[in-house]
Each structure stands twice: as structure tokens, then as C-alpha cells.
Design a protein around this ligand. Structure first.
Ligand SMILES: NC(=O)c1ccc[n+]([C@@H]2O[C@H](COP(=O)([O-])OP(=O)(O)OC[C@H]3O[C@@H](n4cnc5c(N)ncnc54)[C@H](O)[C@@H]3O)[C@@H](O)[C@H]2O)c1
Length: 346
């Protein structure tokens, strides 16, 4: 297939690499001429340009991959949606609900296949947990506890992290929206969210403009309650999840590559059942994700994360931010965008 990658930075080059490995015909675009030329040389790509609109003069595209700074995701995706071209956008798709309304409408009206890069949905642990919950192995889910932490300066060690999108509110940064995939996989496992509340701020030594931690409470439509913690100021990386149901509980620790299940019926001396998984390189998940997207484009079927689904995760992120400003629990369906979401899902 003919696929263009827009934005040739850290994520863009991963996608280029995977697309070439999968045998696709790749063209590239970046506003930074030096980077564009370097990447073109490295991957021996001839079709390149500095303005995404020029890509259409280079090729008749089947799909585009948008891997620019967050602030451009919606605008560029929308441009291609209006031309009927499938798009995969990096996350977060946007931190603005108004832009998303426009994009979702253009995607649906033009019958375009869309996907937002929620890579954790392809993670073997998340898939296993979803399956265990769906199979009812712990009965009715009551509570969820999600803990995550990373060290933002480690993301791009050679660049001044305080000026990166993830550190700046104006560029759609901050831990809540930048780590939206953590909220998305809770929706993937537990369903849609009804009410939210959070506290967040920039409090640590990394001293960034946007919030560097948040603690949130989520109430799901099916009655599940979750507490969520995420920060940008700790080493090593941590991702843990605990789910407690009427018949037992599930634990996952990213660093130990194991999902564990304990059944209440086994009594106090019962044993954990363990589900180890192999994942030596997290980046292989991005390749799986890209394969999934392109097979959906080819077969003209909906992806695992179409834009109208991802909007619901963004709304949760925006509602979490709003809740601390208003110092009250926010009802997610009361967010102004909700009518359009219903339209999108209809
Ligand atoms: N899916 C994930 O797990 C994941 C992980 C990290 C980052 N991301 C997201 O990927 C996106 C890119 O992150 P990155 O770390 O690769 O950033 P980066 O700064 O390394 O690369 C971004 C590139 O986009 C280019 N660019 C910016 N505006 C452009 C435009 N209008 N047209 C063409 N090129 C443009 C820049 O020149 C730069 O080369 C971010 O939105 C980030 O949130 C996703």
C-alpha cells in the first residue's frame, strides 16, 4: 500500500521502519528540512516534502500516519479525512473537544477508516486482563487501582525536555492527556466512564509548565470505581493494575511481565494463578498496531480504535482537568461534546 508518514521524529521513524519492514511504499513529510533529509537518506526514501499538502502530488495515497507534535494531529488528520484518505494518528489526537467534533464529522461523512494509536490495547497483559474480566473469572468487578510513573527527561535524553510538547500546556502536554492511553485501556477493560474527579499540578523537581502528576477517581457506567495515579518524575518506569471483583482479583506488574489471578473460592491459603507473557521489545506493539490499521484499510473495516471511540477517552481527560478547576466531580456525558459523540456512535 502507499502510505505517507507526516512527522519524522522519534515516533515517525518507528512507523517508517515498520511500514518498510511490512513491505509498503512509503513517502515522508517533515517541516524540519534537516530531519526530513536525514530520515530520507537513512531509509532510502525518495518521495519527500516539507508541507503535508504536497504529499498528494507525490502519490495516490491509501493512508497517512500523522506523527507530528500533538498540536497538529487533528488539523492534518482532518485534511486527509476530507479527501477520503484513511489516517492513523499518534496520540493524543487532541486536547480540544471542538477540533475533535470537526474531525469526527469529516471522518464519518467521508466514510474514512481512522485509527488513533492506543498501543496498550495491543499489549499482551492488557489483552489477557480484558479477556479474564470478560470471561467473568473474577465475577462482577468492583474496584480498579491503576498506578503509572515515568521519567519525562528520559523520553528524549538529547533534547531539552522542558520545551517538548509533553511539558507544555499550550502544546497539548501534561501527564493526563499525554498518557491518555492509560485511561483508554481502563475503558477498554471496564467500559465507559460516567463521573470523574482529579487533582493534578506541577510539583516535582523536573519543573515543567504542565502538570507532572495526577490522581483521579473514575466511576464507570457499570458501577466500577477506579483510582488512577500517573506521574512524570520517577525512575524506573512503573505500570501496575489491580482489579478486585466479587470472585477474586487480578494483578499486573509491567516490570515483572506477569498477570496473576487469585480466586476468592481458594480460601486464604490459595495460590495465585500466573499468566506470564513474552514481550522483549515494547516497540513490536507499534508494528502490530500498524498491521492492524492497514489490514482494516484494505478490508474497509473499522479499526480497534476509530476516532469516534478515542474521543470518549479524550473527553475523560478533559473532564478530569475540568474537575480540579471546578473542584467537583464532573459527569462525563454532560461535557458539551456529548451530543456529537452520540451522533458519531449511532
Ligand atoms: N503512541 C505512543 O505510545 C506515543 C509515544 C510517544 C509519543 N507519542 C506521540 O507521537 C507524537 C510525536 O512524538 P515524537 O516523540 O515523535 O516527537 P518528535 O518531536 O520527535 O517528532 C515530531 C516531528 O514532527 C515534525 N512536525 C511538527 N509539525 C509538523 C507539521 N505540521 N508537518 C510535518 N512535520 C511536522 C517535527 O519537525 C518533528 O520532526 C506526539 O504527539 C506524541 O504525543 C506517542
Amino acid at each position: 500500500m502507499k502510505v505517507a508518514v507526516i512527522g519524522c521524529g522519534s515516533m515517525g521513524t518507528k512507523h517508517i521502519n515498520h511500514l518498510l519492514e511490512l513491505g509498503h511504499d512509503v513517502s515522508i513529510c517533515d517541516i524540519n528540512a534537516n530531519r526530513l533529509n536525514e530520515v530520507a537518506k537513512k531509509f532510502k526514501i525518495e518521495k519527500k516534502c516539507g508541507n503535508f499538502k504536497e504529499l498528494l502530488d507525490l502519490d495516490s495515497l491509501d493512508a497517512v500516519v500523522v506523527a507530528t507534535d500533538t498540536a497538529f494531529h487533528t488539523k492534518i488528520s482532518c485534511y486527509f479525512a476530507q479527501k477520503g484518505i484513511a489516517y492513523y494518528s499518534e496520540i493524543p489526537i487532541s486536547d480540544s473537544l471542538a477540533d475533535l467534533r470537526f474531525l469526527t464529522t469529516a471522518t464519518i461523512e467521508n466514510n474514512v477508516i481512522s485509527m488513533v494509536g492506543m498501543v496498550w490495547r495491543f499489549h499482551p497483559a492488557i489483552q489477557k486482563i480484558k479477556q479474564l474480566v470478560q470471561d467473568g473469572i473474577i465475577g462482577k468487578v468492583n474496584t480498579v487501582s491503576s498506578y503509572g510513573g515515568e521519567y519525562l527527561p528520559d523520553w528524549h535524553p538529547n533534547e531539552p525536555y522542558k520545551r517538548e510538547y509533553s511539558a507544555l500546556t499550550s502544546k497539548g502536554g501534561g501527564v493526563i492527556v499525554t498518557n491518555i492511553s492509560g485511561l483508554d485501556y481502563l475503558r477498554f477493560i471496564c467500559g465507559d466512564i460516567e463521573n470523574v474527579f482529579a487533582v493534578y499540578d506541577s510539583i516535582s523537581h523536573i519543573d515543567i509548565e504542565a502538570e507532572d502528576f495526577f490522581m483521579g477517581i473514575l466511576q464507570f457506567k457499570n458501577g466500577v470505581f477506579a483510582q488512577v495515579y500517573s506521574d512524570f518524575f520517577q525512575r524506573p518506569v512503573e505500570h501496575r493494575l489491580e482489579i478486585v471483583g466479587d470472585k477474586g482479583k487480578i494483578h499486573w506488574d509491567h516490570n515483572h511481565k506477569i498477570v496473576r489471578h487469585f480466586s476468592l473460592a481458594d480460601g486464604v491459603s490459595g495460590n495465585w494463578k500466573e499468566y506470564p507473557y513474552e514481550l522483549n521489545n515494547f516497540h513490536t506493539l507499534y508494528k502490530e498496531e500498524m498491521k492492524h490499521f492497514l489490514s482494516c484499510v484494505q478490508e474497509k473495516k473499522e479499526t480497534m480504535v476509530p476516532v469516534h471511540d478515542n474521543v470518549l477517552s479524550v473527553i475523560v481527560g478533559v473532564a478530569l482537568k475540568q474537575s480540579f478547576i471546578e473542584r467537583k466531580m464532573i459527569n462525563v456525558s454532560s461535557m458539551k461534546w456529548s451530543n456529537t459523540v452520540e451522533f458519531a456512535l449511532a
